[in-house]
Design a protein around this ligand. Structure first.
Ligand SMILES: [Zn+2]
Length: 450
């Protein structure tokens, strides 16, 4: 179905739904949710077709707020195994420097397909490697997202502080400030859609304090304000980063961020592992959101994001799969489980439930992206939905269907809808030859890794 010519669709009698007052399901029309159907009622909306959701758990579409699609080409690379962030990056930068346009296309398509099949309806990506020949990396990603029908917030990433300037990356993967700013402005002008229902949005995203100059950080903040787009970067990921900031900038990462004009409501930050208690209220006052990357933080042993403390201070927290060279997968519903387990382990049973983890991946993540039209099932919201079946071995005999998704380890959505259009049906992406994609992607990965 497409948005404006379709009749209303009643997604009827779900096994369970993450919304109150919608026991008999929801009605979608013209790409939006137009009615919640309460117990014992029929839809009031006229001309309703129905989809029987009796075998499905119905969630708002999951929102992924931190990722690097290109890293699907460097999963489980032997030289990077068992290393912490800085040496891990140093092992991988030279490989990433060999990226080609075709490799970016294949990696982006594969990562988005993996996300969609795990219930994702909106993803961000942080592409910050633009070696010679891949200057149009964002254009390639936009085209791939359009082909798949996934909603995206692509970030124009950047690195301009290489080894010769005291940064971490090699000279071959960085660009100069003028080139970065000009291309940022170009991709925003060309692709960014504002307002409800936007399918493609662009944000600006210098990579991290240790790979970008202060001048570029400041100029990016000024440009983002002028263009009215969001800003994203990695922050407070490791103790190494704290030490680097103290050494180079004589302050902690958050103070540095503020000095650069970044501590505001446009910004969401990946990781936020090493903020201290004084910094939680500063983030909250500024309206800056944080993405929790549970798998990545565990794999690189970076530490544990203080999610409950951040939320209790008033900071919006979402989830991100990160990677895929530090996760190494792009499965968002598995990330929900990982975040649930990690945070429950840290904060205890009374403070973290499966519903909290589902909220982080939906409403919390939507807040990271600055959107108010996705992330919950309510009248007027975009019809972005994820439907999971529970007829697999792992769910057999489960009692509470919503809890089962998280506790038993859901890993694959049966159906996914974006803006009223099915982008996953019966566990498949219509029109995508997954076997062919994997063959080409694996060949590109082999070539890249040499
Ligand atoms: Zn990252």
């Amino acid at each position: 179905m497409t948005s404006d010519v379709s009749p209303a669709l009643w997604i009827k009698d779900p096994l369970a739904i993450l919304a109150d007052g919608a026991e008999r399901g929801i009605v979608v029309r013209e790409g939006r949710i137009v009615e919640l159907v309460t117990a014992g009622r029929e839809p009031r909306t006229a001309a309703v077709e129905s989809f029987d959701a009796g075998a499905h758990v119905l969630l708002p579409g999951l929102v992924n707020t931190h990722h690097h699609f290109y890293q699907t080409l460097t999963r489980a690379v032997p030289a990077a195994l068992n290393r912490e962030l800085f040496p891990w990056l140093q092992a991988l930068y030279p490989i990433w420097a060999q990226l080609t346009p075709e490799a970016v296309d294949l990696a982006s398509t594969l990562a988005m397909a993996e996300l969609m099949l795990s219930g994702c309806t909106l993803t961000t990506d942080h592409h910050y490697v633009f070696p010679k020949g891949v200057e149009d990396g964002i254009d390639i990603q936009v085209a791939a997202a359009k082909r798949l029908g996934l909603r995206v917030l692509l970030t124009r990433g950047s690195m301009n502080r290489s080894r010769r300037d005291g940064g971490l990356p090699p000279d071959t993967v960085v660009q100069d400030e003028d080139t970065i700013l000009a291309d940022s402005e170009r991709v925003v002008a060309r692709y960014h859609q504002a307002g409800d229902g936007a399918m493609i949005q662009i944000a600006l995203a210098p990579c991290s304090p240790f790979s970008v100059t202060t001048s570029l950080m400041r100029a990016t903040a000024v440009l983002a304000e002028r263009l009215n787009v969001r800003m994203h970067t990695h922050l407070a990921e490791t103790e190494d980063e704290n030490r680097y900031c103290m050494e180079i900038h004589d302050c902690r990462p958050l103070e540095y961020l503020e000095e650069c004009g970044w501590l505001n409501q446009r910004t969401w930050l990946a990781h936020g592992v090493h903020f201290n208690a004084d910094e939680f209220p500063r983030l909250a006052r500024a309206g800056t959101a944080v993405t929790h990357c549970a798998c990545s933080n565990q794999l690189l042993a970076s530490g544990t994001c203080p999610v409950c403390a951040l939320e209790e201070a008033g900071v919006a927290v979402g989830l991100g799969v990160d990677g895929s060279a530090s996760n190494d997968c792009s499965n968002l519903v598995q990330e929900v489980r990982a975040a649930f387990l990690l945070q429950r382990g840290r904060y205890g049973i009374g403070r973290v439930s499966h519903r909290d983890a589902l909220r982080w991946a939906t409403k919390g993540s939507a807040a990271c992206t600055g959107r108010t039209d996705v992330g919950t099932i309510a009248v007027g919201m975009q019809a972005d939905l994820a439907l999971f079946r529970l007829d697999e071995l792992r769910f057999s005999g489960a009692g509470d269907p919503l809890a089962a998704l998280v506790l038993c380890g859901a890993h694959r959505a049966d159906r996914v809808m974006v803006g009223g259009r099915w982008i996953v049906e019966n566990g498949q992406i219509p029109g995508l030859d997954v076997a062919d994609l994997m063959r080409r992607h694996a060949a590109a990965a082999r070539k890249l890794q040499g």
